[in-house]
Design a binder for this molecule. Structure first.
Ligand code: NAP
Length: 343
């Protein structure tokens, strides 16, 4: 088969953003897809995962993963279909998940370490679910909550970013473990969704209501586990309600990612001392060897109709820069995904 008709469109990092990424921080390039060598595959991208972490990868400096270099195709998890294969690992027509990047095609060794492709089955779950609960955000929720949060039946779990990719899964897992679950989300629609559709016990709309009063009302026995996705003032306020030996999972701090001033740390951290509580950071990749455990648990609940997911799918490759910004304005409702070709 000739690869000649395929033109690969790519968003590359053109400059390191200051504050919110702007159009000039990206360059859109097109290159012809090259012919395959032995052991290689050609993948056509279908769904690209848009994640808050992408903002951090655009910064210079030491982190849990190296920064995306200037001129490099933007890093992203994605799902694609194998269009051509010279590898016994994948056949034409297979659906794969891996580090494809923000580009419409991917060519390279089937066992490329950075891409880390694995086959996914659209009969077991819709493809976008593999970027949500059965993908990186789901793994984050599962291991962050269970391994670090260690929730016990009857305890109160609070999760911020409650309707988002990680938050929606955290809350449902906590319910499956017999906890009282209180979400924090921006807007009535998101709050109604997590309570009425996902079964959370309550949700506080931090944009309209007082978070402090909401926590008093909905967490009458205090907070045993706080799964923090947003940082900043919300973290500070939740700290005022924690119980003895509470566990706080530092998963992310989206409220701080576009700061042009230093990150705002919690001023109420002495609540940790008073309550002999612990606050612990987590990075999902540390749990890679255990992902199958989480997939088994969550796909089991899904098969029984006891676990729901919600994705927010935006169409069109060239909409990438604007779509990414939705995350930082709370405009996504569910796991944010960019669809760049049909299934
Ligand atoms: P998401 O929740 O689906 O989307 C982001 C949401 O964050 C927005 O919809 C918005 O929801 C909320 N938000 C945005 N700006 C905010 C602000 N200033 N204050 C409060 N909330 C704000 O994103 P996700 O993929 O599930 O990620 C959630 C968090 O987990 C992020 O911090 C991410 O970096 C982190 N994460 C960490 C790991 C890890 O390994 N540690 C892995 C995956 C994700 P509202 O409308 O409700 O405000």
């Amino acid at each position: 088969m000739s690869n000649q008709p395929y033109q690969n469109q790519q968003f590359r990092l053109a400059a390191r953003p200051i504050g919110l990424p702007k159009a000039s921080d990206w360059s859109l390039t097109t290159e012809a897809v090259r012919a395959l060598n032995e052991g290689e595959i050609l993948v056509q991208t279908i769904y690209i995962s848009l994640d808050p972490a992408m903002r951090g990868w655009m910064n210079e400096g030491k982190s849990y993963i190296r920064p995306v270099a200037i001129g490099e195709v933007m890093r992203a998890g994605a799902i694609g279909k194998v269009l051509a294969s010279k590898s016994p690992r994948f056949a034409v027509g297979d659906y794969v998940s891996g580090g494809i990047g923000v580009q419409t095609f991917w060519v390279g060794a089937a066992d490329d370490k950075a891409a880390a492709f694995y086959k996914i089955d659209p009969k077991l779950a819709p493809l976008p679910t593999y970027l949500n609960a059965l993908g990186m955000p789901g793994m984050t929720a599962y291991f962050g909550l269970l391994d670090i949060g260690q929730p016990k039946t009857g305890e109160t779990v609070v999760v911020s970013g409650a309707s988002g990719a990680v938050g929606q899964t955290v809350g449902q897992i906590a319910k499956h473990h017999g906890c009282r679950v209180v979400g924090i989300a921006g807007g009535k629609e998101k709050c109604d969704f997590v309570v009425n559709e996902l079964g959370f016990d309550a949700c506080i709309d931090y944009k309209s209501d007082s978070l402090k009063d909401g926590l008093k009302e909905h967490c009458p026995n205090g907070v045993d586990v706080y799964f923090d996705n947003v940082g900043g003032e919300i973290l500070d306020t939740v700290l005022t309600r924690i119980n003895m030996k509470a566990r706080i999972i530092i998963c992310g701090a989206i409220s701080q990612y576009n700061n042009t001033t230093p990150v705002k740390g919690p001023s109420n951290y002495l609540a940790l001392l008073v309550n002999r509580a612990k606050m612990e950071g987590m990075v999902v990749f540390d749990y890679a060897s255990r992902y199958s455990e989480a997939v088994q648990a969550m796909s089991g609940w899904m098969a029984q109709g006891k676990f729901k997911t919600r994705e927010d799918i935006v169409q069109g490759f060239t909409n990438f820069p604007d779509t990414l910004l939705m995350l930082f304005a709370g405009k996504n409702f569910g796991k944010l995904i960019l669809q760049v070709s049909p299934e």
